[in-house]
Design a protein. Structure first.
Length: 399
């Protein structure tokens, strides 16, 4: 299934065809993620390769619908009268492949100028495989059209923005924080009013009034303030919903300081400082996200990385974990299942905000969602401020 002789060349050429002929928004990040995921799957299984590349290279539902047709057309072309294996570079080394190589070497085949002009547009057959084998120095020129200028890469990988939010978002976040009662602390604290009389502080204050206990002092057990940890899926499939997820993070940060925010795709990056500054009224651009934004999705591996790097410091019985993701995962389901199990045990609750849950008739049938579902305490959607305000009535945690 290698029209262009080697796996890296095929990934680049296939991405170029999707971008130029079908309008996919594909940049260097997507190609890098596609190459990484192909290292983890069985390349001998065509369906596994197809299913692994689809969520990485497809940004919208329309892209996903077109992807299978483009994949088959690129890797398995079947022109009349020519078997696919011979056209795909002669994987079996047949007679036709050898004749094609000979035609190219003696100059009677397709000229290099035409190969350079057409290399990024279609599967050129055995002559391209021969070029990659016999004259590797010409391969960079052959795939020049599959590259991207710095201006194109910058446009495709534009950094997301976070900034001040509307008062309605802040009010919804305040309702959510008030709704999450984690119980009371064990220690009694001084308070203006409370159920327990504080004899010691009352006697000490009476020294200022000549021994007369004029003002009584009280004790109470304050509520445990929850810590919020938000994990925002920044993969390509979440692109229409990431701005809303960032608004949710800024809204929570505007009403409580006990919040940590992370972005993930195939890597994990903390964006807490930028979110807190946005909550204070600044407009922030999220730079240096690298593999945590606009790529594929390996939810299980990112959650495991979160537990390894931050789990011991910010996860406890007071932590409410909020994951914003559509659950489309190309990683191992067992890794996601184990990570979710540990997060479930080490937190007060796991809230999963899936934007697709607002779709009528939606069922969490994706493999990633099926692996994570048993460990989720609240499953909902928050695609706008009304949905975020409704979350305060739906959320529940373990006391």
């Amino acid at each position: 299934m290698y029209p262009f002789g080697s796996l890296p060349n095929n990934v680049v050429a296939f991405g170029d065809i999707l971008r130029r002929e079908y309008g996919f928004a594909i940049g260097p990040t997507e190609l890098h993620d596609a190459s990484r995921v192909l290292e983890m799957v069985d390349l001998a299984d065509e369906s596994v390769v197809r299913n692994a590349l689809r969520p990485i290279l497809s940004k919208t539902r329309e892209n996903a619908r077109i992807f299978d047709q483009a994949f088959s057309k690129f890797f398995f072309p079947r022109p009349p009268g020519m078997p696919s294996l011979q056209r795909l570079g002669g994987r079996e080394g047949g007679e036709e492949t050898g004749q094609t190589e000979k035609r190219f070497q003696d100059g009677s085949g397709v000229p290099p100028a035409r190969l350079e002009r057409e290399g990024g547009q279609h599967a050129g057959g055995a002559t391209i495989a021969t070029l990659a084998t016999e004259q590797p120095e010409l391969v960079p020129a052959l795939f020049a059209r599959a590259g991207y200028s710095p201006r194109e890469a910058e446009a495709i990988e534009e950094s997301p923005q976070v900034g001040p939010i509307a008062p309605a978002w802040r009010n919804a976040a305040r309702l959510l924080v008030r709704r999450l009662h984690l119980g009371l602390l064990r220690r009694w604290r001084p308070a203006a009013k409370g159920p327990r009389f504080d004899l010691r502080r009352t006697l000490r204050s009476s020294l200022q009034t000549g021994g007369e206990a004029i003002t009584a002092r009280w004790l109470r057990r304050p509520r445990r303030t929850p810590r919020f940890v938000l994990l925002i899926d920044g993969s390509r499939s979440m692109a229409p919903y990431t701005q809303t997820a960032l608004q949710v993070a800024v809204a929570i940060a505007s009403v409580t300081m006990r919040v940590e925010v992370f972005a993930f795709s195939t890597g994990l990056v903390s964006i807490t400082k930028d979110v807190r500054r946005a909550a204070a009224g600044e407009m922030r651009s999220l730079h240096r996200l690298q593999h945590a934004w606009a790529g594929g999705t390996t939810i299980g591996r990112c959650l495991r990385d979160f537990l390894r790097r931050f789990g011991g410091r910010i996860t406890s019985a007071d932590t409410v974990l909020i994951i914003v993701s559509d659950g489309l995962d190309v990683g191992e389901p067992d890794v996601l299942r184990q990570a979710m199990s540990e997060l479930h045990m080490r937190s007060a609750g796991v809230v999963w905000l899936n934007p697709l849950a607002a779709t009528i008739g939606y069922e969490p049938s994706a493999e990633g969602m099926r692996a994570a579902r048993p460990f989720i305490t609240t499953f909902s959607a928050a695609n706008d401020v009304a949905g975020f305000a409704r979350l305060s009535r739906l959320v529940h945690i373990r006391l």
